[in-house]
Design a protein around this ligand. Structure first.
Ligand SMILES: [Fe+2]
Length: 188
């Protein structure tokens, strides 16, 4: 789990601490911060710039769980939950990551890094599977399971590997700028 241990409890990079202090006086978001993400018993403090995307991830994981557990009886409900998630936030979420988050990271690191390429190829694969699900009103349960597993794995890669990398690599000024852009894009 490369990158995951870079944000241990109480050992967040110093620039994240400064970011929280500065943004506390003039918050970029009016909504309260989401509860900290808990992975394997560790608390991960997410930067302001990535918090809206982490909220989407929470909902995505819930949808993925429904897909993974789908039976013939629950398949229509799991399919519908995914499609609603996709139309309401999933599609825009992918767009924000591709247009704002990854380019901000690529300003400091290569766009050809494996962890970046994986996100992009995951997006193509998940878009394809989502489009198939839209077309197929009665999909095979196995297709739902596979979509759920891939969606969950994708989200966990971003939360455990990509987002910590971004928080470590981007300077404070860039994280603040990215936070404003992501907030505007989420509202738009
Ligand atoms: Fe994401």
């Amino acid at each position: 789990m490369r990158g995951f241990n870079t944000l241990r409890r109480g050992s967040a990079p110093s620039h994240l601490g400064r970011l929280r202090l500065r943004t506390a006086a003039k918050p970029l978001r009016r909504q309260p911060a989401p509860p900290a993400l808990i992975y394997s018993g560790r608390e991960v403090k997410r930067s302001e710039a990535l918090q809206p995307l982490s909220r989407d991830h929470h909902r995505g994981l819930f949808v993925a769980m429904g897909l993974k557990r789908a039976t013939r009886e629950t398949a229509p409900e799991a399919r519908q939950a995914f499609l609603e998630f996709w139309r309401r936030e999933g599609s825009k979420h992918f767009q924000i990551e591709e247009e704002l988050v990854l380019p901000a990271y690529a300003r400091y690191r290569s766009a050809e890094e494996e962890d970046v390429v994986r996100v992009l190829t995951d997006h193509v694969d998940l878009r394809r599977r989502g489009a198939d699900l839209e077309e197929e009103e009665a999909p095979a349960v196995e297709a739902l399971h596979e979509l759920g597993e891939r969606l969950e794995s994708h989200i966990r890669h971003e939360e455990r590997v990509l987002f910590p990398l971004i928080e470590n690599v981007l300077p404070e000024e860039d994280l603040i700028e990215l936070a404003a852009k992501v907030e505007r894009a989420e509202k738009g």
